[in-house]
Design a protein. Sequence first.
Length: 753
Amino acid sequence: MTTDGYDSLDFGSPHRAGTPAEDAGVDAACVDGLTAAQRAAVLHFEGPALVLAGPGSGKTRVITQRIAYLVSRGVKPWQILALTFTNKAAGEMRNRVERLLPRGLGGGLVVSTFHSYCASLLRRHGASAGLQAGFSIYDSDDQKTTMKAAIEEAGLTTSNWTPVSVLAAISDVKNRLLTPAEYALEANDFWTRSIAKAYGKYQEILQRSNACDFDDLLMKCAHLLREDAEVRATMQQRARFILLDEYQDTNHAQFVIAATLASEHRNLFVVGDPDQSIYGWRGADITNILEFEEHFAGAVVLPLGENFRSTAAIVRAADGLIRHNSKRPHKDLHTALAEGERVRVVRCQDEHDEADQVAGFFEERLREGVPYRSMAVLYRMNALSRVLEDALRRKMIPSVVVRGTAFYDRKEIKDAIAYFRVLVNPRDEVSLRRIVNVPTRGIGPTTVRKIEAYAAGSGYAIFDALALAPSAGVVKGKIGESVQAFAELLRGFQRSMDERLPGDLADFVGEVLKLTKLDEFVGRGGVEEAERVANLDELVSAAREFHFIDDPDITHPTLRTAVCAWLESVALIADADAFDPDRGSVTLMTLHAAKGLEFDSVAVVGLEHGLLPHSRSIDSDDELEEERRLLFVGMTRAQRALMVSSAVSRQVRGVRQATIESPFLKEIPSDATTASDRTPSVDRIVYDDPEAFSDLDPAELFPVGCNVKHPIFGMGKVEFLARGFGGTRARIAFRSVGTKTVIVEHAKLSRVQ
């Protein structure tokens, strides 16, 4: 892998590692209840260390108790940096550390996500990275809007160059830390040269808007640490001990950031599991963890193989599966828990039968005292959730689908958030265009174009041009008055932010919604409109629940500081953060989103060739291994009961198709499973020859009420049968496509016993 000069980093000579607790006078709370392997990891003091932590091995406990140990050794809390990948994981880690440390002793400790840490660093030192205070972090919708404009400015067409595909290509480039100019130099064909043009225009628009996307947070932070010696030295002194969770999910940019911060003191403590590396499609580089000892000479490797989560049968099944991967350091997965119920491997008739089996599995678990909130259905693709939702609803089993940041994707919420983004970053043109006429104030597209032309011709930002356009005669009459009033309203909000304290955040959010009349605008109408008002009310609640953490580098924080921090927290919410363990519902989510979670009972569905493993991965050994790791992650979410299923046929784009079982199913040890084949037994005679019916009575072959199978429509039940012109007509209620009428003599029906 390329590391932009970091292959040859001199990490110095190894520091001492693993100082015995006896020599250090360790507080007993730091090692209380730990196994020997966990204790060795916690008591590692200085120098690089890699903890190979299997599923359910207590890695969060190791990290938090190690932080307490470092503090007990005299390390200042503000010299400790702990990074993970989701807000939920960071919050849990922070809460555990606070419970371990004496009150007030954890001041300055940074426990954060990678992106939040980079955003915070750029807030303080953004000028060196080309960013001004209050910069915006664009979400996926903002990125698409911006990319569409960039594609057009580059002289390309969005029909040939879709924003989504170009953004994906540019994300890979940013992960390699290449600027538009650097990428343009290596572009050597029509595709890459076109991407380079779009990339350049995209970054120009972002810079003009004082905005960045998620990849920019990492890339700009890596460049800042590499190029600004003063900032680098400051952050290295601040982060004397670095702890990285989920290290197998780091990409190249994150590796560079971590390596740079640790290049002087070498106190880099990483925890991860190559067997759970499932984000290669998102840029994660598994070689970061596989080659850790090569990057950091003298590193200590500490395996944690004991699983405290899952029963022995589940651990044995998952271990047997993952051993088929070749690119992994071996570690023995084991547990001291009871054998438990074997893994259920179910071959179903179709997706409807599969959903029914899942529902029955959960009903059985409920009778055994397991609450719905401790159950989950996991799948490779979101599209598989629909049939499952329907089946659970029919059985009156409450369920909730976790699909990322749904609340913040709602239009009224995005409109409201856009107001606050403009207030802290007036150059955010995407957000300004979104709200300029929301609620309706007579400032239509024609007026906006006039103001934009005035801004471009006079050198003003669009935000400033709003206030100046009426007096300059660019817009006149009532429209001019409306533009002037809108500009004054925004200026008033900005003055209020600078005069008030961070604790006023929730009140301020409520005031903006009221004074802009956004709550009235979305509330005109019936039930749906009332729900939108409730969503805006919930936004105020979210602001009230937001925990503003003082930045030691900001001596006099204002309400503006809190608004910036709140917007940052909203922008960086991850998929797993949408999971609420307290809901009394079965959780439906993708295997990727389930990583890091655990449930008493889990059903993994759709184990078919083309689904899991996904069709895109079949021709690549590396991608096939990642698909196997994905199933491994899903299986190891289960504590006591696990069901994995496949279907003989599945409807795809309205057409029923036969399926092939996933090859992964054969890799699960048979001594850990109980197999169940629900494929119906079918008569060997297929009645597909019209002449064969001359001596047979269709009413006897396919009587009303019997179950039949159609080669295209699948399983069904005969509801009505009658002879008529051209043959015997049968009305059949099919499970997947509803009721159909077929000619029995030509339908190639099979009678199901």
